[in-house]
Design a protein around this ligand. Structure first.
Ligand code: HEM
Length: 515
């Protein structure tokens, strides 16, 4: 008998796969694939045309590339900025346009336009690079980096920390810290030229921390914060990998900020305890706590330890790189102009009468107009901060024929103001004498001197920074003979984004013998 094999029941038909590589490949050979390709291509093309159209509509007649590089714009240039590149941009027009990752940027290079941006708080406010909110903490924007009336009120309170009386106290701290560092410099720089940049940065950090926090933090803290602060500096470059993955610059900067905030918060707490116990102020935090405890003080309110630490952190952020740049270039200008260094020493001799061990005071500093002119001129020739980023909060009619579109970045730059030959004849030359004649074009045009910015956000630390630079130079001029090793990179500029000589200024200091 023939037995028929039993057939399995028929399978239900398989549902079509959601995605099949084979079927896609096959489809590519069919009609639908071309439609898909054409559509995608058309969308991409449309987006690229839209990008160019928007760029050109915003740029209008301003100088700048006629077409922007798709998506990235001038990203490559902003990764490796050079002074030559900046100068080319500034000289291309008083207002000029660029685009980076579709952020439309208007650069203002004339004195009038730079000042107009800084003095138009209803249209423009300071903005920081993307990484800043990670590095300096988001809540800093609620308490320190304010704008408008909130900023004016907050700043009024902080101005009390930079009165002449307070600066007088800070000078004695600056003097002691500087002399301590010079003992070390004697050993480190004595035998052969060494790069000055990092020792100058450490000196500045140590001085600032002692001025701000006094003895409320231990010595080890100033070293830790100083060493790790470099991670913050490099993370605040114009362009950085935007997400703080472990190992990225922003990640390292966040760790550095956490270390700094730990010590700064402790300092605020210690200062409050000491002032509550009747102590006399010996640093900026003490001055502040004492002011807040004064029942007649109008700006009285509670400041948490954390908020006070944030303020000190923002002072460090605003001062550390700029002060270090200013100081390194001041050394370089003076050592390269021995006749000017000789005049600084002559003035020191007259004012201090050979008594170089006695600490400097604010009254003695008042008697050093030549040294003051040296600092002013050095900062003019090589300004630490050449531009500051602002943002147009609404359409900003900056000139009769151009309105900056809302949300554009606006970058007032100071270089051309500070190198204007009509105000500073021989603008690239280091000539402190131009500040000594009250009728000189330099003194007659104070609005050109944009080293400290202008308007409501003008630097709060002008006197503090000037005094500190004068003090360091006064001590170094009298304690050491200086030598400078010129290298092929001496006259090249590193943009970090404050300016430094590319070779970090190689100096030798040997103890000076006084007759
Ligand atoms: C050579 C050293 C320095 C230079 C060249 C410098 C330059 C500047 C510039 C250009 C601005 C921006 C101004 C604007 O937007 O109009 C600024 C703001 C500021 N600077 Fe300085 N600065 C220096 C040192 C310091 C020091 C020592 C401190 C702190 C003690 C400090 C604290 C600040 C603060 C808090 C701001 C923001 C002010 C605000 O938004 O109201 N700076 N500085």
């Amino acid at each position: 008998m023939l037995v028929r094999p039993r057939l399995p029941p028929p399978r239900p038909p398989r549902p079509p796969p959601l995605y099949s590589f084979q079927s896609s490949l096959a489809a590519f050979n069919g009609q639908g694939s071309w439609t898909w390709l054409y559509t995608t291509g058309a969308i991409l093309f449309g987006l690229l045309v839209l990008e160019q159209t928007v760029y050109r509509a915003k740029k209008r007649h301003l100088p700048g590339d006629r077409w922007t590089i798709p998506i990235i714009g001038k990203f490559a240039d902003s990764m490796k900025p050079t002074m030559e590149g900046y100068k080319k941009q500034w000289d291309s027009g008083v207002l000029s346009a660029i685009s980076v990752f579709n952020i439309f940027i208007v650069m203002a290079s004339s004195n009038d336009y730079a000042r107009k941006i800084l003095n138009s708080p209803t249209y423009a406010e300071p903005c920081l690079v993307h990484s800043a909110k990670y590095v300096l903490l988001k809540e800093n924007w609620q308490v320190v980096f304010l704008t408008g009336k909130d900023h004016v009120d907050y700043r009024r309170g902080l101005n009390n920390l930079f009165t002449r009386k307070a600066i007088g106290m800070y000078i004695s701290i600056q003097d002691a810290v500087t002399r301590k560092h010079f003992e070390q410099w004697r050993k480190d720089f004595g035998s052969s030229p060494q790069p000055l940049m990092f020792p100058a940065r450490y000196l500045n950090m140590d001085t600032s921390l002692r001025v701000f926090c006094g003895n409320h933090i231990p010595d080890e803290a100033t070293r830790v914060i100083s060493d790790r602060y470099w991670d913050i500096t490099v993370a605040l470059e114009l362009v950085n990998f935007p997400i703080p993955f472990p190992g990225t610059k922003i990640y390292k900067a966040i760790q550095a900020r956490k270390a700094a905030m730990h010590w700064l918060t402790l300092a605020a707490r210690n200062s409050k305890i000491e002032m509550a116990n009747g102590g006399e102020p010996t640093c900026l935090l003490d001055e502040w706590v004492k002011l807040l405890n004064d029942p007649t003080y109008k700006g009285k309110r509670d400041f948490s330890d954390h908020e006070m630490a944030l303020v000190v952190l923002s002072f460090l952020f605003a001062s550390q790189d700029a002060m270090s740049s200013g100081l390194v270039y001041a050394f370089q200008h003076l050592v390269d102009h021995p006749e000017i260094l000789a005049k600084v020493r002559e003035e020191q001799e007259i004012v201090r009468k050979g008594n170089y061990e006695t600490p400097l005071t604010i009254d003695l500093m008042d008697e050093m107009p030549y040294l003051n002119a040296v600092v002013k001129e050095s900062l003019r020739v090589q300004p630490p901060v050449v531009m500051v980023p602002y943002k147009a909060t609404k359409a900003f009619p900056i000139s009769d024929d151009y309105t900056v579109p809302a949300n554009s970045m606006l970058i007032p730059s100071f270089w051309n103001s500070l190198h204007d030959a009509a105000v500073y004849p021989e603008p690239d030359e280091f000539i402190p004498e131009r500040w000594l004649d009250p009728a000189s074009p330099a003194n007659a045009n104070p609005k050109n001197y944009m080293v400290w910015g202008a308007g409501p956000h003008r630097c709060i630390g002008v006197e503090y920074a000037t005094m500190n630079m004068m003090l360091v130079l006064a001590c170094a001029a009298t304690m050491f003979d200086w030598e400078h090793e010129i290298t092929p990179e001496t006259s090249e500029t590193a943009i970090l984004p404050t300016l430094f000589p590319k070779d970090h200024c190689r100096m030798k200091f040997t103890p000076r013998k006084h007759s």
